[in-house]
Ligand binder design. Structure first.
Ligand SMILES: CC(C)(COP(=O)(O)OP(=O)(O)OC[C@H]1O[C@@H](n2cnc3c(N)ncnc32)[C@H](O)[C@@H]1OP(=O)(O)O)[C@@H](O)C(=O)NCCC(=O)NCCS
Length: 228
């Protein structure tokens, strides 16, 4: 049995918001009302058939609507959630959007405000935190944890028991070895293979993944140049 459809507002008229809209249009759990966005160029615009209703502060005009924050970067989502909290938005207002193609097995959990797009696979005992974003075709294997505001871009694969800490960002098609920790607000570049823990706040990339500004990257490039 399904409950009544709930009104839903997307904060940030981003590509992610349009993807989330596409995912929920196939369901009857939500009625999409529109976007809120602070960009002056979007004022009064229509995006994918939905109106931009005003800036973020206009949320006060929609006291009953559910909300999902759609900035692509978790650190930005967290800033927006903080602003919404200051405007009186309670945690219960945040919707959890899961594409209808995605199965959430028993024992897995998805937090309020999270977005899970098409083709994502969760195997067992996977936890997706509040306002986390999991983009298409991500594979989250046993005992993985994505903390609040974490982002896994399309095609990311996590081995078992990986911990992605708060606000960390995994670029497209990155792979993470089992048992590894990606620190809070760290970034892993697209296509990387992460073999060991990535410290909080750092950006690593490559195969194997290394800090972008470390001599290791330069050394690798020199080898490549000599090999030409
Ligand atoms: C890692 C990343 C964040 C770095 O971005 P940036 O700070 O703008 O870095 P730049 O593009 O200036 O590149 C800096 C250096 O790192 C290298 N680099 C960047 N990304 C890399 C990657 N994924 N793998 C290997 N090397 C990479 C560049 O070649 C460059 O090297 P150089 O200085 O020798 O020329 C970015 O490249 C990335 O991978 N972002 C994720 C993109 C993504 O998944 N988007 C999904 C949107 S839904």
């Amino acid at each position: 049995m399904t409950g009544p459809s709930r009104e839903l507002i997307f904060v940030a008229a981003s590509g992610l918001a349009r993807e989330a809209l596409s995912a929920i249009r196939a369901q009857d759990a939500f009625t999409a009302v529109g976007f809120l966005d602070d960009s002056a160029s979007l004022a009064g615009a229509t995006v994918d058939g939905l109106p931009v209703l005003g800036p973020t502060s206009a949320i006060v005009k929609f006291p009953a609507a559910q909300i999902v924050v759609c900035a692509g970067r978790g650190v930005v989502r967290e800033q927006i959630v903080d602003r919404l909290t200051a405007l009186g938005v309670s945690q219960e207002r945040y919707a959890t959007l899961i594409d209808p193609t995605v199965n959430i097995p028993p024992g897995c959990e998805v937090g309020a405000g999270a977005i899970v797009l098409g083709g994502v696979r969760l195997t067992t005992a996977v936890s997706i935190g509040r306002h986390a974003v999991v983009m298409p075709n991500v594979t989250l294997t046993h005992d993985c944890v994505l903390e609040d505001f974490a982002t896994a871009c399309a095609g990311v694969t996590l081995g078992g028991n990986v911990l992605i800490q708060r606000g960390a960002y995994l670029g497209m098609n990155a792979s993470v070895r089992q048992g590894t920790v990606v620190g809070a607000a760290a970034t892993l570049g697209m296509g990387s293979a992460l073999l060991g823990d990535l410290p909080a706040g750092q950006t690593w990339a490559g195969v194997p993944a290394r800090p972008l500004d470390l001599p290791g990257i330069e050394t690798k490039k020199l080898h490549l140049e000599r090999g030409r």
